[in-house]
Ligand binder design. Structure first.
Ligand code: MG
Ligand code: ZN
Length: 215
């Protein structure tokens, strides 16, 4: 019984995701789904990306949070169009929520849409939002053991961004170990070592985001 319900939820989500993708493609706008733990630096990465792509591909943002509009306010301060989704307790975004948000964005003038998912390494991995590429943000203070503990989300990522590299030496994090575990589970993922605080490594990341943004 329960399995049937879950199947139905995921099937409905797939239809909504396909509609989102169609709408984005129709407007020639690529979309990224940014996932990661609370505090990994998803919003900081989005803030930096807005700044770095300002002249090439204006970033429009969808902010998913269980509560508060704090992240949306940070993004709005930079002048980027932003729609907040308050999930009201849900620990992930689904495609229907994102569809409503997309309807409230001017996709015509956007160069790229970045969706910040709810901070969580588990169920966001299960829900296709209609995005073109999935990104996982991880960070040094979280520890270097997360890939084997949360294999699904890392195995479906098109890119993994390792943030807070400026904390190397302050926390025990074996970047080589992290990298080799990622290679074992998902050798095709792009990998970026960055610090949103010092801007280290962010140009390469922006290059990865940008090519498809020039539509
Ligand atoms: Mg955030
Ligand atoms: Zn969830």
């Amino acid at each position: 019984m329960e399995i049937k319900i879950i199947e139905r939820i995921l099937a409905a989500n797939e239809n909504a995701a396909a509609e989102n993708r169609e709408l984005l493609d129709h407007n020639h706008v690529p979309a990224l789904n940014v996932m990661g733990s609370p505090g990994a630096g998803k919003t900081s990465l989005i803030e930096r990306t807005i700044a770095l792509l300002r002249d090439r591909a204006p970033v429009a943002v969808i902010e998913g949070d269980i509560a508060t509009t704090r992240d949306a306010e940070r993004v709005a301060k930079l002048g980027a169009p932003v729609v907040q989704i308050a999930t009201g307790g849900e620990c992930h975004l689904d495609a229907a929520m994102v569809g409503e948000a997309l309807a409230n964005l001017d996709l015509h003038s956007a160069g790229v849409v970045i969706i910040e998912n709810v901070g969580n390494l588990v169920c966001p991995a299960e829900f296709d939002l209609g995005e073109h590429r999935k990104v996982v943000v991880a960070s040094l203070p979280e520890g270097d053991d997360k890939i084997e503990k949360y294999p699904l989300i890392f195995s479906i990522a098109d890119a993994v961004v390792l943030n807070k590299t400026d904390m190397a030496g302050l926390v025990d994090f074996d970047i080589k170990r992290f990298r080799s575990e990622l290679d074992a589970i998902n050798p095709k993922a792009a990998f970026f070592e960055v610090s949103c605080r010092t801007w280290h490594g962010l140009d390469e990341w922006a290059e990865w985001v940008a090519p498809r943004a020039v539509a």
